[in-house]
Design a protein around this ligand. Structure first.
Ligand SMILES: [Zn+2]
Length: 259
């Protein structure tokens, strides 16, 4: 695959874009994020920046193109993102996200693309992405397109047990309460340190929730910081470890599936 001067599809003039996608071989990587509060120490677009960078790194390794990402995602869930009631968190209804994702996949397929990778950065998106994929594949089949293949991944699923032991020497609290904690803060320190203010990070024990949910939600169940675990032990070095481990895992998944 020839090396392009940019991995970002939208930075190409259309003839270059067309040459890249027309034969269906070039994977299109679509970052899917959210606009969601991430505590007092980080901005609202963490879930967009992180998957976009993983997508860029993976695209450069396999000759793929990164599509413009989704800046809005499904509603923040209290037990994984603090809750949709929090200021700044700006979310889509599930049906809107499903429809928009299906639209975008069908458009890229119209240009010739047949290989897709959804790079998720916001846990709550997960099942809506599955639904968008399912509907898009169904419509493509109706159109006679049977060779489309779509990978769905969330970057944190590539963190290995060895990396977890190094990242959380005092014990791993679990991905569910990682919102705004060590994982995302370390990655942001490695990639966008100018957007992180650790002096404003609030140290608190991991959030604890009862084994059920209640709606309307009880705002007092969410720690006042908005984060679900403490970012205190985040570091740039941990972010670099995460970047290396997750990028390697994503690249080998793409190589295995698109060989
Ligand atoms: Zn996040």
């Amino acid at each position: 695959m020839p090396r392009r001067r940019t991995a970002f599809a939208a930075e190409l003039p259309w003839p270059d874009y067309q040459a890249a996608v027309a034969d269906g071989e070039t994977p299109i990587l679509i970052p899917v994020g959210s606009m969601e509060q991430h505590g007092h120490h980080m901005p609202l677009h963490v879930d967009v920046l992180l998957p976009t960078e993983f997508a860029r790194r993976a695209a450069e390794a396999v000759g793929g193109l990164v599509a413009p990402g989704f800046s809005y995602g499904y509603k923040s869930h209290q037990k994984s993102g603090g809750g949709n009631h929090l200021p700044g968190t700006t979310s889509l209804d599930g049906a809107t996200l499903v429809a928009a994702l299906k639209n975008v996949i069908l458009e890229f397929a119209r240009h010739g693309a047949r290989r897709f990778v959804l790079v998720n950065g916001h846990y709550e998106n997960s099942w809506f992405l599955v639904e968008g994929i399912d509907l898009a594949l169904k419509e493509l089949r109706w159109d006679g397109v049977r060779d489309a293949k779509i990978l769905l991944l969330s970057y944190w699923d590539f963190v290995t047990p060895e990396a977890i032991a190094r990242l959380y020497p005092d014990g791993f609290p679990g991905w569910a309460v990682e919102h705004g904690g060590v994982l995302e803060t370390s990655l942001m320190l490695a990639l966008h340190p100018e957007l992180v203010d650790l002096d404003r990070a609030i140290d608190h024990p991991p959030a604890r929730f009862p084994p059920y949910e209640v709606y309307p939600i009880r705002p007092e169940w969410t720690p006042p910081s908005g984060t679900l675990s403490s970012p205190k032990n985040a570091s740039r070095q941990k972010g670099e470890l995460l970047l290396d481990v997750c990028t390697a895992g994503i690249v080998s998944a793409l190589r295995a599936e698109f060989a």
